[in-house]
Ligand binder design. Structure first.
Ligand SMILES: NC(=O)c1ccc[n+]([C@@H]2O[C@H](COP(=O)([O-])OP(=O)(O)OC[C@H]3O[C@@H](n4cnc5c(N)ncnc54)[C@H](O)[C@@H]3O)[C@@H](O)[C@H]2O)c1
Length: 341
């Protein structure tokens, strides 16, 4: 088994989950070496250092220069993702798992992809739900034709687009076989004028969003987010011969109704996984070793970001947006600056 040296940029809540994931991967020996944080003496960074015996730096560039890391977890707030990812790639990291949202603009996302391609670094983005047993099984059942021709996929969550909304859009894309989106229209509102929330303290957030996404394979995605969303993180896939529900709050994590089966609502068997983050990291290592493509490689996450920017821009212009979405800035920030929301 190969050995890897791993480190963190941003040492807060999700970095702890990455550290735990590295400790449980089964396809490599990973040594946790160091972390960096703009608050190196903060409670979270100290806890990560204490639990895993790693050195903590204030400056990630110094850490990258000194520690010769193979694997880097980018776990900062969203505005730090681009610069940290590029710095890690340029330092010679073989694989990077950067947390969601990938970046705050398509311009940043493209610079991250370009830097990683140039350096030969595998870049995966933390859309961890692609590794949840219920999502994996749902995708298999859809691809096996158990609910016939898929017409529509609904996704709901109570947070904003750049926070868990990116998971919602990405999971719809995953369930839909990553068919490319062709158009999107949406609407947002921001009555509370919130500047920063939870682990996104450095950016504005909308309070409510809806979006309708048309895919190349004819499927329509519909997302409902924010404070008036009817459900937390849940999905419904509607096909010509049945329905699949993922994470229905009142039921098992996966339910299916299929006209090909006689038992009515059916609860498909699910594999057990240690954690979705561990799955992401194992696949990062396999991809670094050339054995697999990462199911959450940066280009898939760029599609989710492009869709988010499309929803913001659709709301600003009051029209359908066709792909490719030709905006380079953080659209929500512009809308706030111009007093639109
Ligand atoms: N995949 C998931 O399901 C999931 C879950 C939680 C958080 N996240 C994402 O992870 C990221 C971090 O969230 P969190 O919950 O760990 O937040 P957090 O506030 O607990 O931790 C973030 C840490 O990063 C540090 N930091 C911020 N900007 C930095 C920078 N530019 N350079 C170095 N350090 C920096 C902060 O000081 C803090 O210690 C966010 O983008 C969030 O959306 C993803």
């Amino acid at each position: 088994m190969k050995k890897y040296r791993a480190g963190f940029i941003g040492c807060g809540g999700i970095a702890t989950a990455h550290a735990d994931g590295y400790r449980h991967v089964e396809n490599a020996e990973v040594e946790l070496i160091a972390g960096s944080d703009i608050h190196p003496e903060g409670e979270k960074a100290r806890r990560l250092a204490g639990e895993h015996g790693i050195r903590i730096y204030e400056d990630h560039r110094e850490m990258l220069e000194r520690e010769d890391l193979d694997l880097v977890s980018v776990c900062t707030w969203p505005r730090g993702h681009c610069e940290a990812t590029i710095a890690a790639a340029e330092s010679g990291a073989k694989g990077i798992l950067c947390e969601k949202p990938m970046a705050v603009s398509l311009d940043e996302a493209d610079r991250m992809i370009e830097a990683c391609e140039k350096a030969g670094t595998v870049l995966a983005i933390g859309h961890a739900h692609r590794f949840s047993p219920q999502a994996v099984r749902a995708r298999e059942l859809i691809q096996a034709g158990e609910i016939g021709q898929v017409a529509m996929i609904w996704g709901h969550c109570t947070l904003d687009l750049m926070n868990n909304g990116t998971h919602v859009i990405d999971l719809i894309n995953y369930l839909n076989g990553d068919s490319p989106p062709r158009w999107v229209m949406g609407q947002i509102d921001r009555p509370h004028k919130i500047e920063g929330r939870r682990n996104h303290p450095d950016m504005p957030v909308e309070d409510m969003a809806i979006g309708r996404i048309g895919y190349g394979n004819g499927v329509v995605g519909f997302i409902e987010l924010g404070e008036r969303a009817s459900q937390s993180f849940s999905f419904r896939v509607i096909g010509s011969d049945g329905v699949i529900e993922v994470n229905n709050p009142d039921g098992p994590p996966l339910k299916m109704l299929s006209s090909y089966r006689t038992e009515g609502w059916h609860t498909p068997r699910l594999d057990e996984v240690y954690s979705t983050v561990c799955g992401e990291l194992e696949e990062l290592i396999s991809t670094v070793e050339g054995q697999a493509a990462h199911r959450s490689e940066a280009k898939t996450a760029r599609v989710a970001l492009e869709t988010i920017m499309g929803i913001f821009e659709s709301s600003a212009r009051r029209c359908v947006m066709e792909f490719p979405i030709d905006v380079r800035d953080f659209v929500l920030e512009r809308m706030v600056r111009e007093g639109m929301v």
